[in-house]
Design a protein around this ligand. Structure first.
Ligand code: RP5
Length: 159
């Protein structure tokens, strides 16, 4: 159970940190890297090309602006790649979202919401649950807790 989290810049980390928190909560091994499709393209490609051999199950790729990173990583691996569009300052993350979600046919990237860091982790866990049964129980428990929290909020606000 091992996930690679790759981000285009360390400026993405405040969002990516929430992905790390969820994965750790589920006991997933992870590696976090700063690798850019534009600034360090050769390193990014090499990482993705070797990811399967290095024991990763899923790659989460976070990027902002002209966010080519998830697509570039997906192009050289058969591991599932989850794209996490980061909200950039000028276009509010719409640039990142469109760059990641509009992949040409043949190379899919599963795209979560702009800054959807927690869902990127959860989707990775759902994918890995197909292989690791223990994660199915943990996901059921997570949803139970989430429902209990919503019910508590409902009770607290009712008047
Ligand atoms: C992208 O450009 C990164 O993923 C980041 O979201 C954005 C800005 O990077 P910095 O200029 O803050 O390093 O490659």
């Amino acid at each position: 159970m091992k996930v690679a989290i790759v981000m285009g810049s360390d400026s993405d980390f405040p969002v990516v940190e929430k992905t790390v928190t969820i994965l750790k909560k589920f006991g997933i091994d992870l590696e976090v890297r700063v690798l850019s499709a534009h600034r360090t393209p050769h390193q990014a490609l090499a990482f993705s090309e070797n990811a399967e051999k290095n024991g990763f199950d899923v790659i989460i790729a976070a990027a902002g602006k002209a966010a080519h990173l998830p697509g570039v990583l997906a192009a050289v691996t058969i591991l599932p790649v989850i794209g996490l569009p980061i909200k950039s300052s000028t276009l509010d993350g719409m640039d990142s979202l469109f760059s990641i979600v509009q992949m040409p046919t043949g190379i899919p990237v599963a795209t979560v919401a702009i800054n959807g860091a927690e869902n990127a982790a959860l989707l990775a866990i759902h994918i890995m649950a197909l292989k690791y049964d223990v994660l199915k129980d943990k996901l059921r428990e997570y949803r139970k807790q989430m429902a209990a929290e919503v019910e508590a909020k409902d009770k607290a606000l009712k008047y």
